[in-house]
Design a protein around this ligand. Sequence first.
Ligand SMILES: Cc1cc2nc3c(=O)[nH]c(=O)nc-3n(C[C@H](O)[C@H](O)[C@H](O)COP(=O)(O)OP(=O)(O)OC[C@H]3O[C@@H](n4cnc5c(N)ncnc54)[C@H](O)[C@@H]3O)c2cc1C
Length: 232
Amino acid sequence: MFKRPRPAHDVEVTAVAPLTSTLTRITFTGPGLSGLEIEHPTQWVKLAIPSGPSRAYTIRHHRPAAYEVDIDLVLHGNGPLARWAAAARPGDRARLAGPRGRCPSFDGAAHVLLAADESALPAALTVLEGLPAGVEVSAYFEIAGPADTLPLPARTGLTTAWLPRAPAHPKGHRLTETLLATDVAPGTTAWLAGESGAVATVRRHLLTDWALPRDRVHAKGYWKHGEADHKG
Ligand SMILES: Cc1cc2nc3c(=O)[nH]c(=O)nc-3n(C[C@H](O)[C@H](O)[C@H](O)COP(=O)(O)OP(=O)(O)OC[C@H]3O[C@@H](n4cnc5c(N)ncnc54)[C@H](O)[C@@H]3O)c2cc1C
């Protein structure tokens, strides 16, 4: 089976703006970005840096007329992309390959459950912004500390739980603990992403304890404790 080749775009950093203590927004520009086809929420690209490594990152915003994309990166300090992002400055070069990713279906959902850590917060927000009005949404976002919330779109029927991590707990603990103790409305469609172990535990819980159908649980491990370049 052959993989469809993904277009790669040489880009330059035009802006770097901290969003929270752990998330920074990098704006990239490049002549190929006007033709980037972003068709649905959660689409992502491989961001490659000049030293070689590449990792998956969500396209948070695409402004084709301005040849620009925004990517929000977690500054976790432990990998080449996180270190590159922490030092990124306008004029730095990189390469984006893609977009990739399937469209998660929320057709007919009366209620949507979103669960994410910071790495998946950008993708979760693209989902939230794309949902039709009238859909009830319960969002659970694990963040570093109480000051690390982000502005959310105003919509009726949105309930958000920001879940600051206790310093003693590993990433994913608070999200898992909260969701294992949360009632799930019948007819829920769930979208979960973040640390792989946490996502797997919550997914299993939704399928077995709440009997959500498999096609109503969209779950993806975005990274894994102790594993570089995790393929979810
Ligand atoms: C489809 C998809 C979309 C994604 N979108 C985004 C996005 O928009 N923004 C974003 O920040 N990330 C996103 N990620 C996650 C990102 O690809 C990983 O976090 C990636 O591992 C970061 O690369 P790195 O070079 O910094 O670390 P790596 O070299 O991959 O890993 C080095 C070490 O850092 C640890 N690590 C990796 N990520 C984290 C983290 N978030 N927190 C703590 N420790 C970590 C690993 O466990 C490993 O021990 C996405 C992943 C996928 C699959």
